[in-house]
Design a binder for this molecule. Structure first.
Ligand SMILES: [Zn+2]
Ligand SMILES: [Zn+2]
Length: 271
């Protein structure tokens, strides 16, 4: 079966990712307006009827902006941990109780035919999680906001065939940029965001033949550019003598528009 992944939007302006097959799909985060999510999906020929739920990584507005309307209008279940729900729900963000689903940490649950596991990552929200999603023999890991890659997250990232990982800022651009010192410190901290060198070094240390698609996500508008991300990655890989095999692809996820659909062919045990 064909497994399709597409980023609808990625970055502090709003995050929303789609994963699905010919029958069902799920969204990861709803950080852009529900109207824009529906419009982008329609343009991709994906019916809202096939979306079975939305997984939420944490309570920052760039991950939940469209959640209230999306759940209300489309009666879409939203899934995250109890602690993250506590941090999301407020008079400004009311979600109908029948759309609220609590999920455990580091324990498999099922949604839309996928086996999914949530794991904690280090970021400055009350709790932030990444997702490891299995479909047949294909594994997708999504980690959008994290200050460093802690030991708990590493095995989930290493096991991925398709990896969505943050490459938020160019270290020099951030240091020389206009942000106030407290904000620079927050972004660079272990609970902030991953810089291009951090992500490139982690990828160089952990790249393996199973990893066919690397999607670099959550690029800063002010402190990064797709060219800087690719330059840093190319330089780090070349210093290590790493050459990608012919099947490995690197994509930079657009900040405000959908990226090209990535398809993986899922092998199942049946037949
Ligand atoms: Zn974010
Ligand atoms: Zn965040």
């Amino acid at each position: 079966m064909k497994l399709n992944f597409c980023s609808l939007s990625s970055g502090s302006n709003g995050n929303c990712y789609y994963l699905g097959n010919e029958f069902h799909g799920i969204l990861i985060d709803a950080g852009i307006s529900a109207t824009v999510i529906r419009k982008f999906l329609k343009n991709l020929d994906i019916s809202m009827q096939t979306i079975m739920g939305v997984l939420i990584t944490h309570n920052h507005i760039d991950h939940i902006k469209g959640l209230e309307l999306l759940t209300r209008k489309n009666h879409l279940p939203a899934l995250t941990t109890q602690k993250i729900w506590k941090s999301i729900l407020s008079p400004q963000m009311k979600i109908s109780t029948d759309c609220i689903r609590e999920i455990p940490l580091k324990q498999k649950f099922h949604l839309a035919g996928f086996d999914i596991e949530a794991f904690p990552v280090c970021h400055d929200a009350p709790e932030t999680i990444g997702f490891h999603i299995c479909a047949g023999d294909k594994k997708i890991t999504i980690v959008t906001d994290l200050g460093h890659i802690c030991q708990i997250a590493t095995p989930y990232i290493k096991a991925a065939n398709l990896l969505v990982i943050e490459s938020n800022y160019d270290e020099q651009m951030l240091v020389n940029g206009k942000y106030p010192p407290f904000l620079k410190a927050r972004i660079q901290s272990d609970h902030g965001h991953l810089g291009n060198h951090q992500t490139a070094t982690f990828l160089a240390d952990n790249i393996n033949d199973k990893l066919s698609n690397i999607c670099l996500a959550h690029l800063s508008k002010n402190n990064n550019s797709p060219e800087k991300v690719l330059q840093t990655l190319a330089q780090t890989f070349s210093e290590r003598g790493i050459i990608l095999n012919g099947h490995q692809r690197i994509s930079i996820l657009n900040r405000t528009t959908p990226t090209n659909m990535i398809s993986l062919i899922e092998q199942t045990d049946s037949l």
